[in-house]
Ligand binder design. Structure first.
Ligand SMILES: Nc1ncnc2c1ncn2[C@@H]1O[C@H](COP(=O)(O)OP(=O)(O)OP(=O)(O)O)[C@@H](O)[C@H]1O
Ligand SMILES: [Mg+2]
Length: 480
């Protein structure tokens, strides 16, 4: 009798083992699981919630981005029936990512939830009975996890551009931001570069400070100088340095001020809002409501109701046009002014080092002499000549010499924009002024009191006429 029971037990165990093997080996288990899920869905009343990619005004829904990060990090993604494999940021990286129409499960506080990647939205399905208990903490959990992921791995940055939708209203369209520019690749005076870097670093840590002052946590920059001197590349370098998204506003595509308003409100924190060719905008639309929207945004009134931690960058070829509306320059609106002059000899050497890998060359002395005569080119022009002749540094330098010789008498040489003087001015919280001048070899922080007084006197003198301008004086110091 006992023997019969034992034999029966062994047979049952073997059958269960065989059935289990059969289920797993043949993949039948997945079919069974699927059926079971269907039955569960029928038994339990489900609550379905959608996370659309865009909100009703067609601005990007930031929760969508967070959910996407979160779901793509779930271990259940690896175990699901199928998923997508794509290359990551590094060439050898392979990452899993949800396929459209793919469904994956997640567990939170003992409750099971299901996510489906539908067209332009994620659909969350959970039992109605669990909703009250887990929904809020679950969404909070998604926020926390996605923030942690963003801190560990470099964010996939985005470049947003404003486009018009079918109704003619502006909305953001994004593409991955992959501009390779960094502060290392930009030819610019080292002291100035370091000064900007430390300014950005202290901005990143400045949340408490700004709030203590009752100010919105944002900072604005004016980059001005002739075409091809690196302003746009500098914005890209700033974005890469901070890991911030870039919102590039093309003001010519902004039909009405309410558009600009909603575009600005649609920008998110940890971003740089760029308005290129601001001088052209001021010339074309002086004193329009658009300008007042931008000024309100600068003052933080508009953006105080949405996320902070953002930079606003204006680029322009000449500060002259700010005369049209000096109020734009008032301290607190544009905190840092950075001048991008045409290339000088030290800029040329730095370009030769990065573009040609040449730190010294017998032709350098000749190049230096030509720069002394006042000839100059933009960094973009010199860069192009170097790229075209990169296989032969001598040929590259000779072509730069020839091009420089041809610039004699060029309007740029006698232009109003100083060339070999580089500086950054700050008219921020303290109204202080820092100057970094290559001509004197001084550092941005360590300039002499005499230079500072000279500059400050100049600022006061000028400020009666214009808001702030520091360009003059370079001529004298450059010996021109
Ligand atoms: N200071 C620089 N250092 C290194 N490369 C530079 C520099 N300035 C310009 N370049 C090169 O020249 C090209 C054009 O530069 P960029 O677009 O940044 O100039 P820009 O000042 O924004 O010109 P624009 O006023 O016409 O918009 C870029 O490809 C960049 O690599
Ligand atoms: Mg540009």
């Amino acid at each position: 009798m006992i023997l019969q029971i034992l034999v029966g037990f062994v047979i049952i165990c073997s059958l269960v083992m065989i059935l289990r093997m059969l289920l797993f080996k043949t993949g039948l288990i997945y079919t069974v699981k699927k059926w079971w899920r269907c039955i569960e869905n029928i038994i339990h009343v489900q609550q379905v919630l959608k996370v659309p990619e865009f909100n009703e005004s067609m601005q990007e829904n930031q929760l969508y981005r967070k959910v996407s990060l979160y779901l793509n990090s779930l271990p259940t993604l690896e175990d699901s029936d199928f998923t997508n494999l794509v290359t990551g940021k590094k060439p050898n990286d392979i990452v899993l990512c949800l396929d459209p129409n793919q469904t994956i499960d997640d567990n939170f506080l003992g409750a099971k939830v299901t996510w489906t990647n539908s067209k332009s939205c994620f659909v969350l399905s959970l039992r109605k009975a669990d909703k009250r208990r887990i929904l809020r903490p679950y969404l909070q959990h998604i926020h926390t996890v996605s923030d942690e992921i963003e801190q560990i791995k470099p964010r996939d940055l985005k470049l947003y551009m404003n486009v018009k939708d079918q109704q003619g209203n502006g909305r953001w369209r994004s593409v991955p931001f992959t501009h390779p520019s960094t502060f290392d690749t930009i030819s610019m005076e080292e002291d100035l570069k370091n000064k900007v870097k430390s300014d950005l670093e202290s901005f990143l840590k400045g949340k408490q400070y700004y709030h203590r002052l009752g100010r919105v946590w944002r900072r604005s920059f004016l980059l001005y100088g002739p075409s091809g001197t690196g302003k746009s590349s500098f914005v890209a370098a700033m974005a890469n340095f901070l890991s911030y998204d870039v919102y590039d506003i093309d003001v010519s595509k902004v039909a009405k001020d309410s558009d600009l308003n909603s575009l600005l409100l649609g920008t998110t924190s940890r971003s740089i809002v760029v308005i290129e060719d601001f001088d052209r905008f001021l010339m074309e639309k002086p004193r329009t409501e658009n300008l007042s929207v931008i000024m309100k945004f600068m003052d933080g009134i508009l953006n105080s109701c949405v996320a902070e931690e953002r930079l606003m960058v204006f680029t322009m070829n000449s500060k002259e046009h700010l005369l049209i509306d000096p109020a734009v320059l008032r301290p607190g609106r544009i905190d840092v002014h950075i001048h991008f002059p045409l290339c000088d000899f030290s800029g040329f050497k730095s370009l030769a080092s990065t573009y040609l890998g040449v730190k010294d060359h017998k032709l350098f002395a000749q190049v230096g002499e030509i720069f002394q005569t006042g000839a100059t080119l933009s960094q973009a022009e010199i860069g192009e000549l170097m790229i075209a002749n990169r296989n032969s540094p001598s040929r590259a330098i000779k072509s730069v010499i020839t091009a420089l010789q041809q610039t004699d008498g060029d309007a740029r040489v006698s232009g109003k924009i100083g060339r070999s003087k580089k500086f950054v001015e700050e008219v921020g919280e303290t109204g202080g002024v820092f100057c970094s001048d290559t001509g004197s070899g001084g550092s941005g922080v360590g300039h002499t009191g005499r230079e500072f007084r000279k500059l400050y006197g100049f600022l006061r003198m000028k400020s009666n006429k214009v808001s702030h301008s520091f360009d003059s004086g370079s001529e004298k110091r450059d010996g021109r």
